[in-house]
Design a protein around this ligand. Structure first.
Ligand SMILES: [Zn+2]
Ligand SMILES: [Zn+2]
Length: 380
């Protein structure tokens, strides 16, 4: 199929790149046939042939020409969305890591279907390896699979990758010097649900991420987000980012202050202010910014958490009841705090838990009272 000069050029390139490159002649006749049939999507031929001649006919990886990228039955089956063929090839023992990575990228580009991706992962695709640009389908080498899922907004694929050990904090360095994280991609491409997913699966916001979040969310609020993210979603994303990511307060303060007042957004500024004061700014469970039936969120009597609905409150109660200090008196003290102060020997057994709560409450309300005073002082 390939001319002599083409084969030569591919050999030349293998010398310079030090990567083994298979010319057409390195493949067995059966492997050549199967790749040709895969181009033509003649899957039945391939299946029949593999049955007759053994599964190794599916294992060829071919680079036809220096300018043409490497192909294989696997990458072509992924390209033509044929999970059955992908499975067959993998079960035949196909284990070229570069081709598997390429097949993953190809399967992720235009569809949120994660069947092929999961097959690849189950057969040993490492979601944390770096892409090999020699393969068909691999164009962007300054991102990884998790970033691709974020870029495309494909949450099922992001979940599949995380379930198979993708490192949610693995960054890449762009040639322009920017360090990009999967989290940054979600903000860049306006994928709120994936941003949330990454944060619940252990993404730790870096200072760089905080800069990116401020930058893109404020751009969106001005109607200038490069991917057309709406103000509404940008604000939701911002709240999610703070609530679940819990970035360092100093970094957040600096982040907001680095923008000119004319560029700031009142809602973003308000959320930031609440965050820095340790006050609830969104539903603890779903990060909604308003209650379902009214504007204001429902505050728990302890004033440490808020909810959009009874449903969310009930969901969180099991966890929160251990920390909840109950209603506060006019001094901002919880009942448990007062009791703890006047605790006597009587009822000490029951008091043990009360003291625990009181201590937690004292910390929480003490912080709150101080911040509250500080806030009032500032207004004068
Ligand atoms: Zn909620
Ligand atoms: Zn409470």
């Amino acid at each position: 199929m390939a001319s002599q000069s083409e084969v030569e050029s591919s050999h030349k390139s293998s010398e310079t790149t030090n990567v083994p490159v298979h010319g057409w002649d390195d493949l067995t006749d059966g492997q050549q046939l199967c790749i040709e049939w895969a181009w033509e999507q003649d899957w039945d031929q391939i299946k029949g042939y593999a049955k007759e001649h053994g599964p190794e006919v599916l294992l060829g990886v071919h680079r036809e020409h220096e300018k043409v990228k490497k192909v294989s039955v696997l990458t072509l089956a992924s390209h033509y969305r044929n999970p059955e063929m992908v499975k067959l090839t993998l079960e035949a023992g196909f284990d070229n890591k570069g081709a598997m990575y390429a097949a993953a990228i190809i399967s992720m580009k235009d569809s949120d279907n994660s069947t092929i991706l999961r097959l690849l992962l189950e057969h040993g695709l490492d979601p944390n390896t770096d892409p090999d640009p020699q393969f068909e389908g691999v164009v962007e080498i300054f991102s990884n699979l998790l970033m691709l899922a974020a870029e495309r907004g494909h949450i099922d694929q992001a979940i599949a990758l995380l379930d198979h050990g993708a490192n949610v904090n693995k960054t890449v360095v762009h040639p322009d010097g920017h360090i990009l994280s999967p989290l940054a991609f979600t903000v860049n491409y306006g994928a709120h649900d994936i941003c949330r997913l990454f944060l619940t699966r252990g993404a730790i916001p870096t200072t760089n991420d905080v800069d990116i979040v401020f930058n893109f969310c404020l751009q969106a609020c001005k109607g200038k987000h490069p991917m057309g993210l709406s103000r509404d979603v940008a604000i939701k994303m911002f709240a999610t980012f703070l609530h679940l990511g819990k970035p360092d307060s100093d970094v957040i303060r600096e982040g907001l202050n680095s923008f000119l007042p004319s560029y700031r957004d009142p809602t973003i500024a308000n959320i930031t202010k609440h965050y820095l004061q340790g006050r609830p700014f969104c539903c603890y469970v779903c990060e909604a910014l308003t209650a379902k039936e009214r504007d204001k969120l429902h505050m728990c009597p302890c004033r440490n958490v808020a909810y959009c609905s009874r449903e969310c409150q009930v969901k969180h109660w099991k966890e929160h009841k251990v920390l909840c200090t109950g209603p506060l008196n006019e001094k901002g003290e919880s009942e448990a705090m007062v009791k703890g102060r006047h605790k006597t020997g009587k009822g000490a057994a029951a008091g043990a838990t009360v003291v625990g709560v009181a201590e937690g409450g004292a910390v929480a309300t003490g912080r709150k009272g101080k911040k509250g005073k500080k806030g009032r002082g500032k207004k004068k």
